[in-house]
Design a protein around this ligand. Structure first.
Ligand code: GLY
Ligand code: MN
Ligand code: MN
Length: 405
């Protein structure tokens, strides 16, 4: 993080998904073909001195008992043992991650085996990506995963509802951030991503994280903050008036974003292609902006030419789980979109952002000043069930009158 100080370790999501083990320096091998061991884990061995400095280690013996694997070895033995597990495999799945020395070890052994493939006639002749192999499983949440996502959401809902209680003119964005993150930590969680607490025109900066502004009467406050609980994440955005009342322009744009969000949620149905919810949000927002005179032209042409992106420049959502932007291949090789499935958890988060220094592209109108500096996003986390979308984050109000009340 800075001189002599490390970032806190965070386990690789795929590795955690398969093991529930959160120590660094570990390697998992799944070897279904191997005669003796099918699930093998390499871990850092116990080391009294190192543990005194940098924390407890489960160690080889306890890992075997605790994690239910067939064999556990010290990580230092990986190099010597890898060939044995690789040589009878007919396929090899590995994710080339940021650990270059591990990547090099794997390649070294694979190349060695290839060199003797002709003689043996067994061994993996290609390396396929282990992350892509796992993603069909990771995108469909198991009941145990949903329990943790629901917990992360419950903590986040409480924090958002508290934020609305304390935000008022004169207070600072970071005070709201601090109180929300305090609730995350008290519940055993942590921020799932840098909290965005953006008052006034700061809301037009999508990844605004400075959180330094003193809130003014008349500001909208956009809060995009979620809790990570036992590796599972929530991702919620609400936008409300700091002074308790929307201005006329804020009200109009808020109702438009909400309409787009509700239409997008309705499109999150099992079997619907992934793009349907973004198309629903884009069409609603573009139509609304044309009605307001902020965009001019034929709706289909505006969308085709991506003119709406001057005001709505991001996607409508992403899968959510171990990663905030969770694993999930969105398209087929022929470019068609993959369908939503029962068990997917997806965020739905359209927005409208009118920059204070908005300049129209050629052919589009100037925007009157009264619309400038307004940024609105509404983001819910939605579970896809057989019966349709279930909004998991419904505990934070989003109806305009509820926010004002
Ligand atoms: N907070 C990150 C996102 O909304 O995607
Ligand atoms: Mn978000
Ligand atoms: Mn999101």
């Amino acid at each position: 993080m800075h001189h002599d100080v490390d970032h806190v370790f965070r386990q690789d999501s795929d590795f955690y998904y398969l093991t529930g083990f959160d120590e660094p320096g570990a390697v998992l091998i799944l070897a279904p073909h191997h005669e003796e061991h099918r699930v093998i884990l390499f871990v850092r061995p116990k080391d009294k001195e190192k543990e005194t400095w940098s924390g407890r280690r489960l160690g080889v013996d306890a890992a075997k008992a605790r994690l239910g694997v067939d064999a556990v070895f010290p990580i230092q033995e990986l190099d010597a043992k890898l060939d044995d597990y690789l040589k009878a495999a007919d396929r090899l799945y590995y994710h080339f991650g940021p650990n270059q020395s591990l990547n090099a070890t794997l390649l070294k052994h694979w190349q060695k085996l290839l060199a003797t493939y002709a003689k043996r006639g067994t061994g993996p002749v290609a390396i396929e990506d282990a992350h892509l192999l796992l993603q069909p499983w990771r995108r469909v949440k198991q009941p145990e995963e949903l329990t943790l996502i629901r917990e992360a959401i419950a903590i986040s809902v409480k924090a958002h509802n508290h934020a609305r209680e304390i935000a008022r003119p004169g207070r600072y964005e970071y005070e709201v951030q601090a109180e929300m993150e305090h609730l995350f930590r008290l519940a055993g969680g942590s921020p799932a991503y840098p909290s965005i607490v953006a008052a006034g025109d700061n809301a037009c900066i999508l990844h605004y994280v400075e959180n330094q502004r003193q809130m003014q009467a008349g500001d909208l406050l956009l809060i995009d903050a979620g809790c990570c609980y036992q590796y599972y994440n929530a991702d919620i955005t609400r936008t409300f008036p700091v002074g308790g009342r929307f201005s006329a322009e804020q009200r109009i744009l808020y109702e438009l974003v909400l309409e787009a969000q509700l239409k997008a949620i309705a499109a999150v149905q099992p079997g619907n292609p992934f793009n349907t919810f973004h198309d629903a949000a884009t069409r609603t927002i573009t139509t609304g902006l044309v009605d307001l005179g902020l965009l001019v032209g034929d709706i289909d042409t505006l969308i085709e030419e991506k003119k709406h992106k001057a005001f709505f420049m991001h996607g409508t959502g992403h899968f959510l789980g171990l990663d905030v932007h969770d694993s999930g291949i969105l398209r087929n090789p022929d470019k068609t979109w993959k369908p939503f499935q029962v068990g997917n958890v997806v965020t739905v988060e359209p927005g409208i952002y009118i920059s204070p220094d908005y300049e129209p592209v050629e052919g589009q109108p100037q925007v009157p000043d009264r619309w400038k500096g307004i940024g609105i996003r509404i983001e819910d986390d939605v579970l896809i069930t057989i019966a349709g979308p279930e909004v998991l984050t419904a505990g934070v109000p989003k109806a305009l009158t509820d926010l004002e009340d």
